[in-house]
Structures are given as C-alpha cells and as structure tokens.
Write a protein that binds this ligand. Sequence first.
Ligand SMILES: Cc1cc2nc3c(=O)[nH]c(=O)nc-3n(C[C@H](O)[C@H](O)[C@H](O)COP(=O)(O)O)c2cc1C
Length: 157
Amino acid sequence: MPKVLVVYYSRTGNTEVMAKSIAEAIAEEGLDVECKKVVDANPDELLNVDGLVVGSPTYYGTMAAEIKKFLDDSVKHHGKLDGKVGAAFASAAVTGQETTVISILEALLIHGMIIQGDPRGHHYGATSLGKPLEQDVQRCKRFGQRFARLVKRVAGE
Ligand SMILES: Cc1cc2nc3c(=O)[nH]c(=O)nc-3n(C[C@H](O)[C@H](O)[C@H](O)COP(=O)(O)O)c2cc1C
C-alpha cells in the first residue's frame, strides 16, 4: 500500500483543518497516510513515503519559517526523493495563498518530485482564506483524492 506524509504548520488552526481534510480524503482512497505537525516530523521520514503533501499558513506571501526549515533540512536527502509525488496547500487571511503554494512547490520540484495541477479546481494546490468553510473542506477533499489517485498511478497500483 503506498504511503503518504501530510506535514503542516498551523498557529491558529486553519491550516490544520485543511491538513486533516486532505489526509482523510487520502485515507479514503486506501492509502497509508500520516498527518503530522512539522514539529513532530523528521526529514528522514521522506525516504519511506511515496507521496508528500506540505501545508503552511501564508506569512508575508510565502511559507512559514517552520516549513522552510523542514524543507531546508530535507537537503540531506537531496536526490533521493526524485520521482516521488508532491503537493502543497496554504491558508491566508486575504491574499498570498497561491504564492505560498508555489514557494513550497519550488522546493518539491527541486527534489525531483512529480506535481499535478488541477484544470478545474484550485490550479496550484488547495487554498483557503481564514477559517475554512464547508466549501473549503470539500476543495481539500478533492485535492486529497486527486493526489492519492496520482500516487497510486505512479506506484503502479
Ligand atoms: C507573521 C504573519 C504573516 C502573515 N502574512 C499574511 C499575508 O501575507 N497575507 C495574508 O493574507 N495573511 C497573512 N497572515 C495571516 C495568516 O496567513 C492566516 O491567518 C492563516 O489563516 C493562518 O493559518 P493558521 O490558522 O493555520 O495558523 C499572516 C499571519 C502572520 C502571523
């Protein structure tokens, strides 16, 4: 069964709601998923997963320092994550959520990860503003489902 790690930082709970909805949708697709706060995650875990989903609040239009540190620490495995599936999501108050997603995706792409856009939903990754509403949760579910299906395809299942 393919494995996925959802790792996130959340100070006031909005990104956490998104993370849990995404992880739930991934589990519903039959994957083995762990959903962790970044403080509890170790970059070594990246070696053992088929897919990585990273979430952050928008801080000045980019990812929070805690997520940047996790990605910077992942340099010890540079080259070993090539071909795994990656995705990113973000929460903002007003704007900057898409630049935050892109900032995370840049790091995942440099690791050689496979990133899938969405032609009909949020193009770059799941995003929401403020406290997630039911429609935001549904968007996160769609994002998680599409991610899980890609992981299964890449894993040959
Ligand atoms: C240091 C800091 C910088 C922020 N910068 C932005 C910003 O550039 N744009 C924005 O819309 N919201 C900004 N926010 C608001 C958060 O992105 C927003 O409240 C988010 O939903 C918080 O997610 P969380 O509940 O998971 O911590 C900022 C908040 C903090 C604390």
